[in-house]
Design a protein around this ligand. Structure first.
Ligand SMILES: NC(=O)c1ccc[n+]([C@@H]2O[C@H](COP(=O)([O-])OP(=O)(O)OC[C@H]3O[C@@H](n4cnc5c(N)ncnc54)[C@H](OP(=O)(O)O)[C@@H]3O)[C@@H](O)[C@H]2O)c1
Length: 379
């Protein structure tokens, strides 16, 4: 595969301003990297608010200019000579979580989050490193964020034993990986009962899919009865309940499901206080586990003595460990985690880069789980 001299990329030059479609020189595959021909890149529902309306999550900090886009699928177009197994032509999932090779605790999210420390910021502050995302014809990525996919299994025709997915069904796997990483931190096991909430957003809904694929019995909660019904009807082993935000009432509502082994709290960034966290913590059985993966901007209080008396573990989870991505991909390749239409989602995958306004608006109009929007680029 020969690289062109230039490629097109969508660039955010200033928050609140339209994106620019710019021609850039194609990067070389310097040591430790691969250059990927992007084939489909997800458009997050939150990108209109963040990029065009300048309503930014206080936790997420990437300074412009940068190429947006944090989940994609593509084909390796060039690979550094220190790559050991990745080869040109291979289909790969691209994610955005980069870590310092000399300090894995220096962490940043390409196109989203510069990281909390000066060492993390080194990964994204230099334009030729890892600040840019995947809304582009080509992208250079660290080798360890290019995840080989079994193309025959995922995209092969159903009559030939494949799963029959479309290219645009694949990028959402990078969202599933966040939930899988969170579940692994609390050692979620098949057959256990886990409460997930709020469960009807882009990440919350992905988490319900993953918990079910891992064999857990999943209680999905939020306020939106219609969105909960869609989750229940689309995904196996899912039960739902609309919660009130009043811990006493919500504990009673959750008690109908018997002992709760674990919870995942995915509180959105726009709200101050996690609406369900206290009820989740109070509903856990002795030795229960909980994981916090949302980004509210306030605190929460929990009944100290009860947490001690019941030996409760609660921990945070940012993104995932590398082996989690590999494990998650296997769940999809084996058909346990469904993608695209077969997962109950509608995928609008036909947008070209110059249709960015339409794509971003479409995604913005569908904030609730069950709609995916993505750019699709020619091979
Ligand atoms: N830990 C990580 O590595 C990581 C990675 C990516 C994202 N995140 C974070 O994950 C969180 C969840 O993301 P998301 O995309 O699923 O959700 P989202 O789009 O940010 O929020 C939508 C969800 O929040 C609920 N919600 C909204 N306002 C509410 C309110 N006032 N009271 C109660 N519920 C409310 C909605 O439920 P209803 O159905 O009731 O409306 C819906 O389930 C975000 O904070 C995001 O930043 C974390």
């Amino acid at each position: 595969m020969s690289l062109p001299a230039t490629y097109l990329a969508l660039v955010c030059r200033e928050y609140g301003q339209p994106l620019a479609l710019e021609t850039r020189p194609t990067p070389a595959a310097v040591p430790g990297s691969a250059v990927i021909k992007v084939l489909s890149a997800l458009v997050d529902p939150s990108e209109k608010s963040r990029l065009l309306m300048n309503k930014r999550n206080i936790h997420f900090s990437q300074q412009p200019p940068f190429v947006p886009g944090n989940c994609a699928v593509g084909r390796v177009a060039a690979v550094a000579n220190d790559a050991t197994t990745l080869r040109v032509g291979q289909l790969v999932l691209l994610e955005c979580f980069v870590r310092g090779r000399d300090d894995p605790n220096a962490q940043a999210l390409r196109a989203v989050f510069e990281g909390p420390s000066p060492s993390a910021k080194r990964l994204t502050h230099q334009e030729d490193l890892w600040r840019d995302g995947h809304w582009a014809e080509y992208t250079r990525a660290p080798l360890e964020t290019c995840w080989p996919l079994d193309e025959k299994a995922l995209l092969g025709r159903v009559e030939e034993g494949g799963l029959g997915y479309k290219m645009s069904d694949i990028p959402y796997l990078a969202k599933h990986a966040i939930a899988y990483g969170a579940f692994r931190t609390i050692d979620l096991k098949a057959g256990e009962t886990i409460v997930i909430g709020p469960a009807t957003g882009n990440h919350g809904g992905a988490a319900v899919q993953v918990a079910s694929a891992m064999g857990a019995r999943t209680i999905a909660v939020s306020r939106n009865v219609d969105a909960l019904r869609k989750l229940r009807e689309s995904i196996p082993r899912v039960e739902t309940v609309a919660l009130t935000g009043n811990p006493g009432e919500d504990v009673k509502l959750l008690s109908q499901f018997g002992p709760i082994d674990a919870f995942l709290d995915f509180t959105p960034a726009g709200i101050q206080t996690p609406p369900y966290l206290k009820a989740f913590a109070l509903s856990l059985k002795p030795y229960g586990r909980g994981v916090l993966a949302g980004f509210p901007h306030g605190d929460v209080s929990l009944p100290y003595g009860l947490m001690v008396g019941k030996n409760i573990t609660i921990r945070g989870s940012l993104m995932y460990q590398p082996e989690d991505v590999r494990g998650l991909i296997k769940l999809a390749e084996r058909g346990l985690l469904k993608l695209g239409k077969s997962s109950g989602s509608e995928v609008f995958g036909g947008y070209t880069l110059d249709q960015h306004d339409e794509a971003i608006t479409k995604a913005h109009e569908h904030q609730v789980w069950g709609t995916q929007v993505s750019f699709e680029l020619e091979e």
